[in-house]
Write a protein that binds this ligand. Sequence first.
Ligand SMILES: Nc1ncnc2c1ncn2[C@@H]1O[C@H](COP(=O)(O)OP(=O)(O)OP(=O)(O)O)[C@@H](O)[C@H]1O
Ligand SMILES: [Mg+2]
Length: 526
Amino acid sequence: MDNFAGTVYETLSTTRVRFSTKPGGFVSSGELVEIGGGDRKQLGRIISIERRNYLIDQDGAVQLSSLYDGDPSIDTKTMGIRGDFRDHIVGEIEIIGRRDGNIFKRPRAPFNIGEKIFKASREFLEEQLRPDAQSIAIGTFRDNHEVKVHLNLNELISKHFCVLAMTGGGKSWTIAVIIEAIAKEYDIPIVIFDPHGEYSSLCCARGDTPDAASVTGKIKIFVVAEKTIQESSDMLFEEKFNKQRDSERLCVNMADLETYQIIYLMQSMFELSEAQNRILQAGWSDITDDPDIKSTTDIEKIIEKLEEVASRVTKGEAAKNILNTKLRLLYRDAPFIRKQVDDPRADIKDIVKKGQVTVIDMSGMEVLYQQAFIAIISNKILRGRMRREIPPVLTIFEEAHRYIPSGAEFTASKPTIKRIAQEGRKFIMGMGIISQRPSRVDSDVLSQCNTQIIMRLTNPNDQKYVKQVSEHVTDSDLEEIRTLAPGEAYLFGSAVPLSLPTQIEADRLTLHGGYTPDIVDELQKF
Ligand SMILES: Nc1ncnc2c1ncn2[C@@H]1O[C@H](COP(=O)(O)OP(=O)(O)OP(=O)(O)O)[C@@H](O)[C@H]1O
Ligand SMILES: [Mg+2]
């Protein structure tokens, strides 16, 4: 029989059994099985397997070794060992249980010895894994490609999620699959902070289908860069994807920076003296609170206003003058700061819109500027949600270790993202955190991610960290996570009924922007 897997020969507990296949039978580790009949039928998972042969025990192997050593061409059958000489598999199954509403109920009595075990049928799996509410399909169960794996949309978005994997593991692909799956059916606004400029390709359909068109039709691209950089980046895009990119620039006012953000930025770029720090501490809020100054694009007006406070908090003319020079430098160099009235000012209602997927291409900016920009925009989005000025939204942070580093390290973006992790849920501002170095991401933020999509991770520190911040991940899961292939993921947490190895959808609706450039191809252009 095709789907017969084996027979129980020992029960270790009500949720653990040992089983054996017939000689020649094969099952693989991780495979899902059904055990017991009728209403008692339970879902189980093979958690370990060993290959055995009852005709050869250890002593037999010693004797055979002596014979083979004399003549390696000896065949066991010619030696007169008879019987079914094929190996069998013994292994252990963990009983997952049977779905009852939203939870899996486990058996309370051990199974009978001799109970039959079958590979889980598609019908049983679909019945057990079916989505219980609005959901998106993001791939198939790795060990049975006929079974789709769904994520519960509400749990995924409102309770935050993370995608963690080593480089090349398939994180950006997975995020794009999630965005496509949401956008093709729902009008949920999504904002993605894109540090490498790889998500603009969501506007390029792969194939002429209504689903692809409904995704590409929703993409809105903003570029955070000077006009000349925006133009050359549009040109590069056209060269690569053979499609014109419609992008708009996105800037903010100098006075959109909050006190801690300007201090951090100035400190990191130019170092601040004690007196200069005092001036900004005491005076910057006067600037952000003054509606005229807040909307100015003229740095001299800001400096003039700051002078009033500066004279109060310090006598040092030099400190004041050098601070002014540093402010002028920041104003001049930061590509996201408006310098003229016709530089477009970011309006949160254009960024977060029903039926719009907003890609914010920050690829032309240094990390310090990216941090400050993310801080300003995500703070505006959070405030917009608190005041109900914009619809519920999913925000996605790629390369999260840059913006919310672990431990005591500070960045301009860390306080805001931490706040979204804690409070976003109340206001339906969801968050997706992506990183190739989980151990370098703030642990508070990661542990607020109620759904974890973990792909191949080989670094032991990262593995240990993932286990610390997730209550769902076990040692044996880590073992499997180490050996996942690109595009394979383990899903944990509240958006899935079960933690399952999943093959993330390979058939994309749009083009992937994250391909690693080929050195030989690139050389041809020179
Ligand atoms: N589910 C998948 N199906 C098919 N191919 C995939 C899948 N996931 C990833 N790939 C392949 O692997 C490559 C790398 O994937 P991706 O760009 O998502 O990696 P990443 O984890 O984001 O890496 P990095 O850390 O460098 O950003 C892709 O270009 C694609 O060819
Ligand atoms: Mg990536």
